[in-house]
Ligand binder design. Structure first.
Ligand code: PLP
Length: 356
């Protein structure tokens, strides 16, 4: 095999190598069934074990209470931007901390009223608001936020509080740290950042929403949580292959000691990298220190020419995916769960050597 790259892609992103090896071994002959999982019916007993196994692993990881359930959908996190106001009602309150929350509130506005109650846009989305920054309207239908801002590299350290149903886009820090699921009405995550391949979205939802539809009556059947919940995520043919990989990734996190253990590892990796950036005479971090992301580390060098030269140097060193998003520029290292500490150490070393 070609030497494996140090993969700092933002998404689709690195997957645990052991998971890829299992997929490789099982691809042609899934658990000695004489066919690939991709060729099996989603109604088969074999796939039922896969989807139930994926739900079970996520339930164990997050200690998901009985009041909530796990669903798998398609259409990315982006479809959720529309489904949330359709199902929970127009009039949601949105905290805008970056590109994805901007997209979420814009989509909600195509459906009805949506309140952008805070925006970090004027400050270049460098920070996360404090409780004092937020005036949450009491009559809003829900409060929506993005826990980790993939493009700007900021992350909420604590969840915002209000009396409203809480909805969170956790696409880029899903299963990266412990979360009290009971505090949320709805959590959603496109799998391709931290939990699997693209083409499948994980939804953890309160049964009071998923079992009773009380949204806009014009909502198409396929866009109602009730429809998917009643059909066990199989109203339409699910992404069977993607759900299998989510199961394997969730089990891999469990085998490493669960969310507490992976969080510690993520903290260590991020600290290593931020320490080098902070001490580097030619680098500046994008995010304010208190709102820094453990998943996406964004920074700049003192000239674009130097950034370009550094990226070329990294490519030579087998490190890829470090170019910042086109809307921010600079550099971004996505160091999700599956990015080994050794890859981060390699990047730290390359940065340290790139002083002169
Ligand atoms: C990538 C990303 C999205 C968009 O995901 P799609 O699956 O492409 O719709 C939404 N929110 C966040 C936080 C993301 O990182």
């Amino acid at each position: 095999m070609t030497e494996r790259k140090h993969n700092f892609n933002a998404g689709p992103a690195a997957l645990p190598f052991s998971v890829l090896k299992t997929v490789h071994e099982q691809l042609l002959d899934f658990e000695e069934n004489g066919l690939s999982l991709m060729e099996m019916s989603h109604r088969s007993a074999e796939f039922d074990e896969v989807i139930e196994g994926a739900k079970a692993a996520l339930t164990t990881l997050y200690e998901i209470p009985d009041t909530h359930e796990v669903m798998f959908m398609q259409g990315g996190a982006s479809l959720q931007f529309a489904m949330i106001p359709l199902n929970l009602g127009a009039g949601g309150a949105y905290i805008n901390t970056g590109t994805w929350s901007t997209r979420a509130v814009a989509e909600a506005k195509t459906i009805g009223v949506a309140h952008e109650i805070w925006s970090g846009k004027d400050g270049g989305f460098r920070r996360i608001p404090t409780a004092a920054d937020l005036a949450v309207p009491a009559d809003a239908t829900y409060l929506h936020y993005t826990s980790n801002n993939t493009i700007y590299g900021t992350q909420f350290q604590t969840r915002p509080t209000s009396n409203l149903p809480l909805v969170c886009d956790m696409s880029s820090d899903f299963i990266s740290r412990p979360v009290d699921v009971s505090a949320y009405d709805l959590i959603y995550a496109g799998a391709q950042k931290n939990a699997g391949p693209s083409g499948v979205t994980i939804v953890i939802i309160k049964k009071s929403i998923s079992r009773v539809f009380s949204g806009d009556p014009k909502t198409p059947k396929i866009m109602r949580y009730v429809t998917q919940a009643e059909k066990g995520s199989m109203y339409n043919t699910p992404n069977t292959f993607g759900i299998w990989i989510i199961k394997l990734v969730a089990e891999w996190v469990l085998s490493k000691g669960g969310l507490g253990a992976i969080h510690t590892e993520n903290q260590e990796k991020a600290e290593m990298l931020y320490d080098v950036i902070d001490a580097h005479p030619r680098c500046t971090g994008h995010a304010e220190v208190t709102g820094r992301s453990l998943m996406n580390v964004t920074f700049r060098m003192d000239s674009e020419a130097r950034e370009k030269a550094f990226l070329a140097h990294c490519t030579e060193q087998n490190m890829i995916g470090l170019k910042g998003h086109r809307s921010v520029g600079g550099l971004r290292a996505s160091i999700y769960n599956a990015v080994p500490k050794e890859s981060v150490a390699n990047l730290c070393q390359a940065l340290s050597e790139f002083r002169s």
